[in-house]
Design a protein around this ligand. Structure first.
Ligand code: CDP
Length: 215
C-alpha cells in the first residue's frame, strides 16, 4: 500500500497550506478532505436539503460528481473552487459533518485518493478513521488567537472585510463542534506527533514534518 501522511488539526491551523506544500515537495497526491464536506454543503444547499437531515445528506453524497483538477474543484461539471470557500459554506460544512451518514458516505471517496507514489491527506480524522495505517500522523495546531489572526490576514488580503473578534468567536464555536461530535471527534490520534505552529512560519512547519517523514 502506498504511504500516507495524515495531517489533522483544528480550523485555520494552517494544515491545508502545510499539507499541500508537503505533497508538492514529495511529489505525492493531496487530499483536502474539508473540501469534500464543503462540496456536500454547497450541493445540499442548492437542493434545499436541511443540514439536520443526516440520512438524506448521506444519500446525496454518491450522487455528486466531484472532480479535482489542478487547483480547481468541479461539482457536477461546474467550477465551484471559490463558491465552496465562503464562510457560510464553511459553517454549513462544519454543521453537517456531525452526521455519521455523511461521514460514512465519504470514506470510500477519501481512500480512493491513495495512489502511487503516495498521499498527503489533511482533515480532522485522517489519522484516526480514514488512514489509520498512515506512516506519519501529525496533529497541527496553534492557539485560537493565532489562528483567528491568520484567518483575518487571509480575508483582508483578499479584500474581504472581517472583524478579529467575530472570527475568534466563530473559530471557537467550530472547535467546540468538531471536538464534541459523537462520530470522529477532532482529537490527537494514537501515535500522532503534535506540531504547535503559533510561532512557526509555514516553511518551518513544512520542514519539521518533512524531517519527521524522512527520519
Ligand atoms: O476552514 P476549516 O479548516 O474549518 O475547514 P475545512 O478543512 O475546509 O473543512 C470544513 C469543515 O468540514 C470543518 O469545519 C469540519 O467541521 C469538517 N471536516 C470534518 O468533519 N472532517 C474532515 N476530515 C474535514 C473537515
Amino acid at each position: 500500500n502506498f504511504p500516507v501522511i495524515a495531517i489533522d488539526g483544528p480550523t485555520a491551523s494552517g494544515k491545508g497550506t502545510v499539507a499541500s506544500l508537503l505533497a508538492e515537495k514529495l511529489g505525492f497526491h493531496y487530499l483536502d478532505s474539508g473540501a469534500l464536506y464543503r462540496l456536500v454543503a454547497l450541493a445540499s444547499e442548492k437542493q434545499g436539503i436541511d443540514v439536520k437531515n443526516g440520512p438524506e445528506l448521506g444519500l446525496l453524497v454518491p450522487k455528486l460528481l466531484i472532480l479535482f483538477k489542478n487547483s480547481q474543484i468541479f461539482l457536477n461539471g461546474e467550477d465551484v473552487t471559490d463558491a465552496i470557500r465562503t464562510e457560510n459554506i464553511g459553517l454549513r460544512a462544519s454543521t453537517l459533518a456531525v452526521h455519521p451518514e455523511v461521514r460514512t458516505a465519504l470514506v470510500g471517496l477519501q481512500r480512493s485518493f491513495r495512489q502511487p507514489p503516495g498521499l498527503v491527506a489533511d482533515g480532522r480524522d485522517m489519522a484516526s478513521v480514514i488512514f489509520p495505517d498512515a506512516v506519519l500522523k501529525v496533529f497541527l495546531t496553534a492557539t485560537a488567537i493565532a489562528r483567528a489572526e491568520r484567518r483575518y490576514k487571509q480575508l483582508i488580503a483578499k479584500g474581504i472585510s472581517a472583524k478579529l473578534f467575530d472570527l475568534l468567536q466563530d473559530l471557537q464555536e467550530r472547535d467546540a463542534r468538531d471536538s464534541s461530535r459523537g462520530t470522529a471527534p477532532l482529537l490527537v490520534a494514537d501515535g500522532a506527533k503534535v506540531l504547535e505552529t503559533s510561532d512557526l512560519s509555514i516553511d518551518q512547519a513544512v520542514k519539521t514534518v518533512l524531517d519527521w517523514y524522512q527520519s
